[in-house]
Design a protein around this ligand. Structure first.
Ligand code: NI
Length: 173
């Protein structure tokens, strides 16, 4: 396993629609393992393949936050929201590609998601709470969408300018 560099917004690779994964090859399993290691190292609770520069419909997440509770690493290939609740919920979101910026985003409180797991099995699960927010945020990444796209243009531009500055500073360092 290896930790991969995470792309920082603004980056055109974060704005592209990711390609469906045609089959669960070893390269897909390796990518998922690397992404989980990268996510835990960051640390974060979700990571999508475009964030490590790979245009594939693959995401990983683990929203277990309680101290002492067993981790639950998940890898979702070609995930699709098949149902979303009418009820909305407000959660503060952040993103490993937009470090240290947070905003309250409203999304469906519960979703049903279908995906293929790393053994090639079709899976479906009903997500609630933080898991529901996280899986929707990560699926958005596969469609080239970031949480700041839900904000008004002024707030979005302010964050984008901060990130561009951060990237220039990093490049000089
Ligand atoms: Ni994100």
């Amino acid at each position: 396993m290896s930790i991969r560099p995470i792309l920082i917004h603004p980056d055109p690779r974060l704005k592209k629609t990711a390609r469906p994964v045609p089959e669960i090859a070893d390269s897909v399993r390796k990518l998922a393992e690397d992404m989980l290691e990268t996510m835990y190292d960051a640390p974060g609770i979700g990571l999508a393949a475009p964030q490590v520069g790979v245009s594939s419909r693959l995401l990983v997440m683990d929203c277990v936050k309680e101290e002492g509770e067993a981790p639950r690493p998940m890898a979702l290939v070609n995930p699709e929201v098949t149902w979303a609740s009418e009820e909305l919920a407000l959660h503060e979101e952040g993103c490993l590609s937009i470090p240290e910026q947070y905003a309250e985003i409203e999304r469906p409180a519960e979703v049903m998601v279908r995906w293929t797991d790393l053994d090639g099995q079709e899976r479906q699960e009903h997500f609630t709470g933080l898991w529901a927010t996280c899986v929707q945020h990560e699926i958005d990444h596969l469609d080239g969408k970031l949480f700041i796209d839900y904000l008004g243009p002024l707030k979005r531009q302010m964050i984008t300018r901060k990130m561009a500055k951060l990237k220039r500073e990093k490049a000089r360092a």
